[in-house]
Write a protein that binds this ligand. Structure first.
Ligand code: SAM
Length: 249
């Protein structure tokens, strides 16, 4: 069995980083964390496809949504719903299946499970019960946006979604003013204008990047100071999905 313990792995020299011969068979009793595309179906990895076709069961945030993905990629694996409303109730059932040696693939509707998506809880439980948890690299809106935003990426701070309530949103943003590194957050299209107003009030001079509909047909990048974006808010489409990045002072 391959070990994932930090002290038992040998580090590769740079020329060994891509080892084409390393295609290990899947391990029994393992929870695989499998990213899926955030818009463009081409962004699934070869390894994710293999795990989705060879696993015993797919744990899906929404079985209808994941069912379409599996159908597209010709996987006929069974699914079990795993989402924020049933994650506590599903825990024992999932741990029991791992105990029986099953290979489980955890997916969310889009991107990386556990990142502003269900998954973190069962991942923690699986680790606590001594099961292997193996992450696959892949699509994530945070890293996709960071990689082309043009703001510094040597240090960044991700805060997920802001609260819906105005006072809490403002308090959270004010608490982030002194954070070093680029601030990254997810925002609903319904609140993007509200966010621009808040940024204009709280950090008007900061450079802001709106990364909209990444990897999709209408991908769009909007860049400017918080004040400039607030001034041109009527020209910014408030539809689709947004990652918002804010340069530190
Ligand atoms: N787990 C996902 C990931 O790895 O990115 C994030 C899931 S979270 C429920 C959904 C939010 O991610 C959206 O509201 C948006 O802020 C961001 N997002 C997801 N896909 C996106 C895309 N294609 N373009 C821009 N933002 C996206």
């Amino acid at each position: 069995m391959r070990s994932l313990d930090s002290d038992s792995s040998e580090s590769a020299t740079p020329c060994e980083k891509h080892d084409a011969s390393f295609q290990p068979s899947m391990e029994k009793g393992t929870l695989y964390v499998v990213p899926t595309p955030i818009g463009n179906l081409e962004d699934i990895t070869l390894r994710a496809l293999r795990v989705l076709k060879e696993c015993d069961l797919v744990l899906a945030e929404d079985t209808r949504h994941t069912g379409q993905l599996l159908k597209h990629f010709e996987s006929k694996k069974p699914m079990l719903s795993y989402h924020k409303f049933n994650e506590a109730a599903r825990k024992d059932q999932i741990l029991e299946r791992l105990k029986q040696g099953e290979q489980l693939a955890l997916v969310s509707d889009a991107g990386t499970p556990g990142i502003s998506d269900p998954g973190q809880r069962i991942i923690s439980e699986a680790i606590a019960h001594g099961f292997r948890v193996e992450p696959l690299p892949g699509a994530c809106a945070i890293t996709t946006a960071l990689s082309a935003c043009g703001l510094p990426t040597d240090e960044f701070h991700f805060i997920g979604f802001l609260d819906r309530k105005s006072a809490r949103r403002r308090r959270r943003l004010e608490a982030c003013i002194d954070i070093k590194g680029t601030l990254v957050l997810y925002e609903s299209p319904h609140r993007i204008e509200k966010l621009l107003e808040e940024l204009n009030d709280i950090m008007p001079e900061r450079n802001v990047v709106l990364a909209r509909e990444l990897t999709k047909k209408f991908e769009q990048w909007v860049r400017g100071t918080a004040t400039a974006l607030w001034a041109r808010r009527s020209t910014i489409k408030s539809k689709g999905e947004f990652v918002v990045l804010i340069q530190s002072s």
